[in-house]
Write a new protein. Structure first.
Length: 639
């Protein structure tokens, strides 16, 4: 047998690369967008047919449930809403990995996050939407849910019960979905601009341009964008922990034996991260194969995700073991009945075999090239929420004397997301319009001069703005050139890059970002509004005597107060960024340049706005002396 090639043997201690092969910014961009531009093949249509069939089955099941009632789920005393709560918790659980990967890994500056965060973020949004279906359908008549359950003044004169964990669920899950949606879209804006600039079709360029909201890689944009994105990540991190903790309170705050336990919050959070990462891998592994993304989603990413699943799987297994070990110390008759139940023992043994790492099955350092093992492992891991909840439901059906689930009275979370309206844009590179150009007849007359828009001469004629657009070879050359031009007396400067460049804020002379102060004000306002609302409704307008406890209980108000504080803070970060950046603004004079379309891929530009009367030739010469490799004069068109 031939000896192995020493060159093919890699050092096991050598870290694997995050990107395989040698690539430039352009080749990476083209490879990532290649599957977007190519037409749908037979495999895509086959997958679409399967998904559409499943959607039709879902619509039929929902219609049947609404026609027959939720009794068709098999819900009965003592199982109040077992089918609904199992599916609700399962979908919420697998949706946690998206925000975890995007937010926590961003805060810890983990570079491997960027190749997989889009998978996770998209999965989070769809998983949370699926989760919201079950409590909404469980109301029996969803079209009455908003009328009866949401806190708004009505002739009924009633308010939700803010001491109930089911009400906490509504605020927690709605906040989680909204913040995840804002976080996903904010991170997607530069990518949408890249799609806009890479589009060959006029229709696609218009569509992507509308959603890109006029993003042009401005240094002023990046300065506020980085703060807005990091602050959203910082808000999302405690939100991830709080959401499934509040979901666990649906069980932990009850008086049912086996559920009234303090281990549920950390157990639910660990299980959610565990199953969420597994679900991401379930979709990511075939996607990297069929979309041709193996060079950006490498074995390094799979290794790191396996490590996270290994740790959280051991935490879940610890929860299983502790439940079994605590049984002999619980003296209630109900727990002694459960201790003798063969079903619980069989389920516990099966789950422990799945979750406890085996030296051969869970050896992270021996991941083979064959990826089927990852798929099997992920499919096993993401089952745990349903499997762990199912024995409890079955036991409740077998032991009616153990207690009863109470039906849900208040649980609704309709969320409305708004998309800002943007004027229609025109494509670039044509004689009658630049990239992203919009119909601006009459609009320029109403612009504010303080924003540097088109000026009017004394005679009322249109005076177009002029810009010197200088391209630099590298980010270092752009940084030095910006400093030199600013020292030369040019004040109206802006940079345009495909990614944020450290030091450009100082070179442009930008002040301290305003986003942190806006977010702080939003958080304070959210907390104040939430607590004041609860206090007024519970103490003054509709006091309830629950167990002879006082109408105002501060600990019970903390979950909703926290969720609304995060919601308004996240909204302030998102909308505050667009307001400070002056977006949406689909047209800018720099879009008149054909070369500017490369700014979202691999080009670095410096734009200098020339005041009226400034010699353009002198500015062009100064830009060349500052190190620019290409300089052109662009002028705003009147249309």
């Amino acid at each position: 047998m031939a000896a192995p090639n020493p060159a093919a043997v890699t050092d096991p201690l050598e870290p694997q690369p995050l990107i395989e092969g040698v690539h430039t910014d352009k080749t990476i961009n083209d490879s990532l967008l290649e599957h977007v531009w190519r037409g749908a093949g037979k495999g895509w249509w086959a997958a679409f047919a399967v998904a559409f069939s499943a959607l039709c089955l879902l619509l039929f099941a929902i219609s049947w449930t609404l026609y027959k009632g939720i009794g068709s789920w098999g819900n009965n005393i003592p199982v109040g809403w077992a089918f609904g709560i199992i599916n609700f918790v399962w979908w919420i659980g697998i949706g946690h990995a998206g925000t975890l990967i995007s937010a926590i890994l961003l805060l810890f500056q983990q570079k491997w996050r960027t190749s997989i965060n889009r998978f996770a973020e998209a999965m989070t949004l769809f998983a949370v939407m699926c989760a919201l279906l079950f409590p909404l359908i469980h109301t029996g008549r969803p079209w009455f849910a908003a009328y009866w359950l949401l806190p708004y003044p009505s002739t009924n004169g009633i308010w939700p019960q803010f001491k109930s964990p089911l009400t906490w669920d509504v605020f927690a899950v709605s906040t989680y979905f909204t913040i995840s949606l804002l976080f996903w879209f904010l991170g997607l804006v530069p990518d949408l601009a890249s799609l806009r600039d890479s589009s060959k079709s006029k229709a696609k360029r218009i569509i992507y341009g509308l959603f890109a909201l006029g993003w042009r890689g401005s240094g002023r944009h990046w300065a506020e964008y980085r703060w807005a994105y990091v602050l959203l990540a910082g808000l999302s991190t405690p939100l991830v922990l709080s959401v499934h903790t509040i979901v666990s309170f649906d069980f932990a705050t009850s008086v049912i034996p086996g559920w009234h336990t303090t281990i549920f919050p950390p157990y639910f959070v660990a299980g959610a991260v565990f199953s969420g990462f597994a679900m991401v891998m379930t979709w990511m592994i075939p996607a990297r194969r069929f979309l041709g993304l193996k060079h950006v989603v490498t074995m390094k990413h799979l290794e790191n995700m396996n490590k996270v699943m290994l740790v959280t799987g051991m935490m879940v297994a610890y929860g299983y073991v502790m439940e079994v070990l605590q049984d002999p110390h619980v003296r209630s008759d109900a727990r002694r009945v459960l201790d003798d139940d063969l079903l619980q023992r069989l389920c516990a043994a099966d789950l422990l075999v799945q979750e406890v790492p085996h030296p051969h099955r869970r050896d992270v350092g021996r991941v083979a090239a064959d990826q089927r093992r990852h798929v099997v492992r992920a499919l096993q891991h993401r089952r745990h929420l349903t499997a762990s909840g199912l024995p409890v439901v079955e036991l409740e059906e077998l032991r009616p004397h153990l207690g009863r689930h109470q039906p849900v009275h208040r649980h609704a979370g309709p969320v409305l997301d708004a998309v800002p309206a943007v004027p229609q844009v025109r494509p670039r590179g044509r004689g009658d319009g630049g990239q992203g150009a919009a119909s601006r007849a009459g609009a320029r007359l109403a612009r504010r001069a303080g924003r540097g828009d088109a000026l009017m001469s004394h005679g009322g004629g249109f005076v177009p703005r002029r810009f010197v657009l200088a391209e630099f070879a590298t980010t270092g050359a752009l940084l030095d050139g910006t400093k030199q031009m600013r020292e030369g007396g040019y004040k109206d400067l802006d940079t345009h890059t495909p990614f944020p460049v450290h030091g450009l804020e100082e070179a442009l002379g930008l002040g301290r970002p305003k986003i942190p102060a806006i977010v702080l004000c939003g958080a304070i306002a959210g907390a104040f509004i939430a607590y004041s609302m609860i206090y007024y409704m519970n103490v003054f307008d509709w006091p309830l005597n629950i167990g002879n406890r006082p109408a105002h209980g501060p600990p019970a108000n903390i979950p909703i107060t926290f969720e609304l504080a995060v919601l308004l803070a996240g909204g302030s970060s998102f909308f505050g960024f667009f307001a400070l950046a002056g977006l949406p603004r689909p047209y800018h004079p720099v879009f008149e340049s054909d070369e500017f379309s490369r700014v979202s891929v691999d080009a670095f530009f410096l734009s200098i706005e020339l005041p009226i009367g400034t010699d353009a030739d002198r500015a062009i010469a100064d830009a060349r002396s500052a190190g620019a490799i290409a300089v052109e004069l662009v002028q705003e068109s009147e249309r």
